[in-house]
Design a protein around this ligand. Structure first.
Ligand SMILES: NC(=O)c1ccc[n+]([C@@H]2O[C@H](COP(=O)([O-])OP(=O)(O)OC[C@H]3O[C@@H](n4cnc5c(N)ncnc54)[C@H](OP(=O)(O)O)[C@@H]3O)[C@@H](O)[C@H]2O)c1
Length: 323
C-alpha cells in the first residue's frame, strides 16, 4: 500500500492527514514510481489557506513534482523498471507511490541526485515559460525578479546565465541580501530601486505592485504576472487589498505605451503535454544547477510549509518518503 497526504479542508499547519491508498498499476504508456521526494511549492501554501482558485474541491492531495524510481511499466513503455525519473503531476504529488503517463516523466539527468531532481521541475518550467517563451530575454536586457531568493529565482538566474543580461533581484528580507551578495547576485529591497527601469519584470507579489512595475518598464518592456504572494499570511484587510488592487490593463494603454503584459500559471500547462515536453527537451541545453534543497520528513509537511511561509527558504523545500 502507498501513503498520501490529504488536505481535508483549509486550515493551519496541523490540518494535513496521512492515508493509505492503493496506487493503480500502470496502463499502456504509463509508469509506476516509488517516490523518494515530493516538491513543496508556494502554491501549496496558498491552497492550504484557501487562496488558490484552481485547487480541486476538498479533500485532495496537493503536490506537483516528484522524483523516484520506476517499479512497474505499462505496455509499450519506453522506460524500464529501476530507472530514476522526475515526474510532474497536476496535484497528487504528496504521495509515496504514483502512476503517471510517461509523457509527464523525464529521466533524472545524470548529474542530479534524486533530491535535486525533485527540486527543479516546476521552477524550471516556470522560468523557461517566462523568460524564453513569453518575455524572450535577449542580450543586454535589464531584468527585475521580485522573488529572487527562492527556488524560482534560482532557476531564473540559471536559465539567464548565458544570455548576457543584467538581473536585479528583490527580497522582502533585509537579512538575505548579504548571503546572496556572496553568491554574486544583486538583491535589493523594493525601496532601493529608485527610478530604475527594466526591459522585463517578473512579478509574483501581485496587487498594487503590478501597477508600479508596469510604470518601471522601458518602451517595449514586458511585465509577467505569476502570483499573489502579498496575500499569503496577510491580515484580512491586506489579503483583500492585494486581491482588489490587481490592476486591469487597458489594451489602448498598452498600444500607446509600447508595453506588454503576460500572465502565467505553469500548472495549467500540464494539460498541454506537448508544450511541457518541448520545454523539457531544452533542459540540458541550459546546463542548469539545482537549488539547495531543504528536506523534511513526509510526516512533517506542516513544518515544511511553515518554513516556506516564514520566508526561511533560500532554495527548494522537499518532503522525503524514505525515512
Ligand atoms: N504562476 C506560476 O506558474 C508560478 C510557478 C511557480 C512559482 N510561482 C510564484 O513565484 C513565487 C516564488 O516561487 P518559489 O517557488 O521560488 O517560492 P519559494 O522558493 O517558496 O520562495 C518563497 C520566497 O518568496 C518570498 N515571499 C514573498 N512574499 C512572501 C510571503 N507572503 N510568504 C512567504 N514568502 C514570501 C520570500 O523571499 P524574500 O524573503 O526574499 O522576500 C520567500 O523566501 C511564489 O509567489 C510562487 O507562488 C508562480
Amino acid at each position: 500500500m502507498g501513503h498520501r497526504i490529504v488536505l481535508p479542508n483549509k486550515g493551519s499547519y496541523e490540518v494535513f492527514k496521512t492515508q493509505e491508498f492503493q496506487c493503480p498499476d500502470p496502463r499502456p504508456k504509463e509508469v509506476k514510481i516509488e517516490v523518494y521526494y515530493s516538491g513543496v511549492n508556494f502554491a501549496d501554501c496558498l491552497m492550504r489557506q484557501g487562496l488558490y482558485q484552481d485547487a480541486p474541491a476538498f479533500p485532495f492531495t496537493p503536490g506537483y513534482e516528484i522524483s523516484g524510481i520506476i517499479t512497474a511499466v505499462g505496455k509499450d513503455s519506453k522506460y524500464n523498471v529501476g530507472e530514476k525519473v522526475i515526474g510532474g503531476t497536476l496535484f497528487n504529488g504528496y504521495c509515496s507511490e504514483i502512476t503517471l503517463p510517461e509523457e509527464q516523466v523525464i529521466p533524472l539527468p545524470n548529474h542530479f541526485s534524486l533530491a535535486e531532481g525533485a527540486s527543479i521541475l516546476v521552477s524550471y518550467l516556470t522560468s523557461y515559460m517566462v523568460f524564453i517563451e513569453q518575455a524572450r530575454a535577449r542580450e543586454g536586457d535589464e531584468i527585475l525578479i521580485d522573488c529572487a531568493t527562492g527556488a524560482l529565482g534560482f532557476l531564473s538566474y540559471e536559465i539567464l546565465k548565458k544570455k548576457n543580461v543584467d538581473v536585479i533581484g528583490l527580497t522582502s528580507s533585509p537579512n538575505k541580501k548579504e548571503y546572496f551578495k556572496q553568491k554574486g547576485k544583486t538583491i535589493l529591497l523594493p525601496t532601493e530601486l529608485g527610478n530604475r527601469k527594466f526591459d522585463i519584470i517578473l512579478n509574483s507579489r501581485g496587487g498594487g505592485t503590478l501597477k508600479q512595475d508596469f510604470k518601471r518598464l522601458k518602451p517595449n518592456g514586458r511585465l509577467i504576472s505569476i502570483g499573489i504572494s502579498n496575500a499569503l499570511n496577510a491580515s484580512f484587510f491586506n489579503k483583500w487589498k492585494t486581491l482588489l488592487t490587481m490592476p486591469w490593463f487597458w489594451v489602448v494603454r498598452l498600444i500607446n505605451q509600447n508595453k506588454g503584459v503576460f500572465g502565467l500559471n505553469v500548472l495549467n500547462l500540464f494539460s498541454t503535454p506537448e508544450i511541457i515536453q518541448q520545454a523539457l527537451s531544452k533542459l540540458t541545453t541550459f546546463d542548469i544547477k539545482a537549488p539547495e534543497v531543504i528536506i523534511f520528513k513526509a510526516s512533517e509537511i506542516g513544518k515544511a510549509q511553515r518554513y516556506i511561509e516564514q520566508k526561511k527558504s533560500t532554495g527548494k523545500v522537499l518532503i522525503s518518503w524514505r525515512d
